[in-house]
Design a protein around this ligand. Structure first.
Ligand code: PHE
Length: 461
């Protein structure tokens, strides 16, 4: 095991691990669905603006706060702004705990789909097998849900247990290139399908009359989720980074990778969906629907080489989810290692088990356990799973992000942030003054707009 708190062994190691955190179910499961829901083009454009104007400056901020302090979220916020602000890091740890609780459930589904698609690919697929009813039955079978989520949590804990460079970085080095290769293969295949032209038009032709007003805030909220911002994941990963690496360059690389993957995933899904006549109208009305109900059927009825691509695709989703769950757990573990002097082994096992207790409840809240599945805290959100997702995506990440920008823009001195962002590694195009305007005014203004919109009843989950 590594001594001390650990460090990335190289620059690419950090970029792959952080991109792995960013690229996850948010890209493959949420983004295509909300793009669909908000009618494509104009929404995608607004999303890109949010990524550049809010996501990128906050990414640089989290990484710089972490690298400067070489401590986990709580200690890093304390080092940045004094003990009065360490609660922002604490909020991040709490957010991580809740997020991991329900994220692992969806992540676990990927195992079932890898298994099922392998079965279908080798034994044959009967059209109609992957129906909405079959899916509901699957998610409401408690034992299977707990088993799958438990397996996923076990895998996550095993990686974090092994350490920063020997576990997290090593996993990212294997999983991320594999993910990119599979996605590339799928992109090429999907572009040969007859729906691809319509898909590209849908995604890249902005028509602002088609964009619902709430779509703007939805785009902003999603840019936090997809870039893993607002809960200290990037602070924690930044804290393992060496001073020889440019914060600016690394942040740009992470943001570009995440954005490209989200767009590519969307092109793939819509090319497939639009290739099937009539499907446009009948897309299931849920986020899960597209990835776990519509797509499996299409792999076997419409996609060229679908029998090979189907299992590979769910392997890809599993890899993307795993590199994200690892980063969420690491926020919690790093807190106990740095602040409570726990060993990495103890922290991994104890934190993993505590999160798993919540995961079990989430896994049972999709129909298996009546009371857990039906209560409603936020209007229209039924059951523990949906309410926690709403709480994290709409409240905890934006609020955390808001205070992180406040600390960097208004509490830390200009010199302190400049020292991290500007040195001999900084690319020429970067202007510190511009970053500072974004972090003092643009980003907090936009985030405050999300929070106000949420208070008035919008929902971005
Ligand atoms: N960015 C991840 C995704 O898109 C989710 C995530 C959020 C991971 C916050 C870590 C922290 O799936």
């Amino acid at each position: 095991m590594e001594q001390g708190r650990g460090q990335w062994s190289s620059r690419t190691g950090f970029i792959l691990a952080a991109a792995g955190s960013a690229i996850g179910l948010g890209n493959l499961w949420k983004f295509p669905y909300i793009t669909w829901h908000n009618n494509g083009g104009a929404f995608v454009l607004v999303y890109l603006v949010c990524i550049v104007a809010v996501g990128l400056p906050i990414m640089m901020t989290e990484v710089l706060i972490g690298r400067r302090a070489q401590r986990s979220a709580v200690g890093a916020m304390r080092a940045a702004a004094g003990p009065l602000w360490s609660w922002v890091g604490g909020l991040g740890v709490a957010t991580g705990f809740i997020l991991l609780g329900y994220y692992t459930v969806v992540a676990g589904w990927t195992f079932r789909y890898i298994f099922k698609t392998l079965q279908w690919s080798t034994g044959g697929y009967t059209p109609g097998t992957s129906s909405g009813e079959a899916f509901s039955q699957f998610v409401s079978t408690g034992s299977i849900q707990v088993l799958l989520a438990g397996a996923f949590m076990g895998l996550t804990v095993a990686v974090n247990y092994a350490g920063v460079s020997k576990g997290i970085e090593r996993a990212a080095r294997v999983l991320m290139p594999a993910l990119l290769a599979i996605l590339g293969l799928m992109l090429v295949t999907s572009l040969t399908m007859k729906g691809s032209g319509e898909a590209l038009r849908f995604i890249f032709t902005p028509d602002f009359s088609e964009l619902p007003a709430r779509g703007i805030l939805e785009a902003l909220g999603h840019s936090f989720f997809t870039l893993s911002l607002g809960m200290g994941a990037m602070i924690t990963y930044g804290s393992y980074m060496s001073r020889k690496q440019s914060v600016v360059k690394a942040s740009v690389a992470i943001v570009v990778l995440d954005t490209v993957i989200a767009i590519v995933a969307t092109i793939i899904m819509f090319s497939v969906i639009f290739s099937q006549a009539g499907l446009r109208e009948s897309i299931s009305g849920s986020t899960a629907g597209m990835l776990f109900i519509t797509l499996p059927e299409l792999f076997y009825t419409a996609v060229p080489l679908g029998t090979i691509l189907a299992p590979l695709f769910y392997v890809l989703v599993a890899f993307a989810a795993l590199t994200s769950t690892i980063s969420i757990l690491e926020v919690i573990i790093a807190y106990f290692i740095d602040e409570k002097n726990w060993s990495r082994h103890k922290a991994s096992l104890v934190c993993g088990s505590a999160c798993f207790a919540l995961t079990v409840l989430c896994a049972l809240s999709l129909g298996a356990w009546g009371q857990l599945s039906s209560f409603e805290i936020f209007a229209g959100k039924q059951g523990l799973f949906a309410n926690l997702d709403h709480l994290v995506a709409n409240w905890m990440l934006p609020v955390g992000g808001f205070f992180i920008t406040m600390v960097a823009g208004w509490i830390m001195t200009r010199e302190a942030t400049k020292k991290e962002l500007v040195d001999e590694t900084t690319p020429r195009w970067f202007h510190f003054g511009v970053w500072r305007i974004f972090i003092r005014f643009v980003a907090p203004g936009a985030v405050a707009a999300i929070i106000i919109a949420v208070l008035r009843g919008a929902d971005f989950s």
